[in-house]
Unconditional design. Structure first.
Lengths: 125, 393
């Protein structure tokens, strides 16, 4: 069912953990659908210098979370925002159709983390 | 790599004695049981012999046993067949929330055809309360269908009591006995049920064959039309090898019932006892008194089911899960939800179902893998706070 890359990321996920005082946090998913992802980013000079994740979910959920943290490190926020559900899935050599929603979640978690970062930086009136 | 199969409730391997019984009918005795020549008669003898065997085991008459393509077809025929045959009397059916999808989907189909279906709730142990049936049953109820043993958690329903309530009100009582027949005593005389579904591949018999017991006098509309096979209740050239295999499988299960029960009890009790010693925050589903001894369904809090199955599969161990990710829908198991299990806990459910080929070595092997698997997944999960440091070795 899963590609070798997905299995690799499932067995050896990268960047598992939390970032204390993260610059942006994106949480996505809900218990009913069975996947919850929490993505933490550290931003310096408009660039994502660190990313960590915690995920409750299936093999694809863990693999896509892991992959998304690998993809964003070192990217500018604008570059990171371009990372789509398909980017993540392709980087993993594809996902079974029924699991594509996991790559959606990973991309959405990233988007939320960036949004969170931007909203924190908005000057208060 | 060592392989351990712990998914016997999903399906079972064909046992050697069953294969031996089937072979002649796959080989030289291939006749159509309806043919009047020698080839046909030979097949007919085997067919009726199998029928008698099954009838004897469940204490029914031969004429009350009908062969089908399996549990799903038997359930469909029982529910749709009686609903349609008795629709002038009434159009109300009662079932439970934890039935197998073959029953639930048949009921949903009936609802679209203008029938009314009441789905009885279950308690936290997965059991139907007979009082709920008493309250729900009406004069226009024609059928009550409650499974004997649930396939996900193994809970055993009080079938005799429920059946009595149904018959008292003049309704038929059907029970999906796919997970019970051959594992606990199933007797249509003492339980007084009107219909019972059975399946071959759950009892070390072949896939694609099952049976439906229908008490004499029960009005049932056939669902598969064609020839006059199975006393005109179910058309189609009989799968003689499958049927012969099914009967032999059931015969053996029945002979070994007590020993098998002891074996299962021993394996699951040891497994669970040792498991909770090495892994905290485990939720067990189903009351051990009212649960079939070969099924163990539990959740590891904070961890999702498919990720556990995948981890075990990497080590050669096969189990099942009721999580959304494995069911193809996005919702957790309907059985666990009906039992009131919160979604994030239900998503962590894993089912270990034991069978005749399992040994204590299998138990030890799986127990050696699980703590690390669960620990690792918990460390990745945002839902599980590590309450303590890794256990010192």
């Amino acid at each position: 069912m899963y590609s070798e890359k997905v299995m690799e990321h499932f067995q050896n996920p990268r960047n598992v953990g939390e970032i204390e005082n993260a610059d942006g946090v994106g949480e996505i998913g809900n218990p009913v659908c069975g996947d919850i992802m929490k993505l933490y980013i550290k931003v310096n000079d408009n660039r994502i210098t660190d990313a960590k994740f915690k995920t409750f979910g299936c093999g694809a959920a863990i693999a896509t979370s892991s992959m998304v943290t690998e993809l964003v490190k070192g990217k500018t926020l604008e570059e990171a925002e371009k990372i789509s559900r398909n980017t993540v899935a392709e980087a993993l050599d594809g996902l079974p159709p029924v699991k594509m929603h996991c790559s959606n979640l990973a991309a959405d978690a990233l988007r939320k983390a960036i949004e969170d970062y931007r909203s924190k930086r908005k000057p208060k009136d | 790599m060592r392989k351990v199969y712990l998914d016997y409730s999903a399906t079972t391997p064909l046992r050697p004695e069953v294969l031996k019984a089937m072979l002649p009918y796959i080989g030289s005795r291939f006749g159509n049981a309806s043919s009047i020549h020698g080839f046909g008669r030979e097949a007919k003898v085997a067919l009726e012999g199998a029928r008698e065997k099954v009838a004897e085991i469940i204490h029914a008459a031969s004429s009350e046993v009908f062969f089908t393509s399996g549990g799903t077809e038997s359930n469909n025929l029982a529910i749709k067949g009686t609903a349609f045959a008795n629709r002038k009397k009434g159009k109300h059916i009662i079932t439970s929330e934890i039935e197998h999808h073959a029953v639930l989907e048949s009921c949903k189909f009936l609802e679209k055809e203008g029938f009314e279906v009441t789905y009885l709730p279950v308690d936290s142990q997965g059991l139907v309360d007979p009082d709920d049936l008493k309250k729900a049953i009406r004069d226009d109820t024609t059928l009550v269908s409650i499974m004997h043993v649930n396939n996900e958690v193994g809970s055993i329903q009080p079938v005799e009591e429920l059946c009595a309530i149904a018959k008292d009100k003049g309704a038929y009582f059907h029970s999906d006995a796919v997970q019970s027949v051959g594992k606990i005593r199933v007797d249509v005389q003492t339980s007084n049920v009107d219909m019972l579904s059975m399946s071959g591949h759950k009892i070390y018999g072949p896939k694609g064959v099952g049976a439906l017991y229908v008490r004499k006098g029960v009005r049932i509309t056939p669902w598969t039309h064609g020839g006059h096979h199975e006393r005109s209740r179910r058309a189609g050239t009989e799968n003689v090898p499958g049927i012969v295999g099914f009967a032999r499988a059931l015969e053996l299960m029945n002979q070994e019932l007590e020993d098998r029960r002891e074996q299962m009890k021993n394996l699951t009790e040891t497994f669970y006892r040792r498991l909770v010693q090495s892994i905290p925050d485990v939720v067990l589903y189903g009351d051990s008194d009212k649960r079939i001894p070969n099924i163990l369904s539990l959740s590891f809090k904070g961890v999702e089911g498919e990720s556990v199955i995948l981890s075990l599969d990497l080590k050669g161990v096969a189990v099942a899960s009721g999580s959304a990710c494995t069911s193809g829908t996005l919702e957790p198991s309907h059985v666990l939800s009906a039992m009131g299990v919160p979604p994030e806990v239900a998503q962590g459910a894993v089912r270990f179902s034991f069978g005749r080929d399992n040994s204590m070595d299998d138990v030890k092997y799986v127990l050696s893998l699980l703590p690390e698997i669960v620990q690792r997944l918990r460390s990745i999960s945002p839902l599980y706070a590590q309450k303590q440091q890794r256990q010192s070795k």
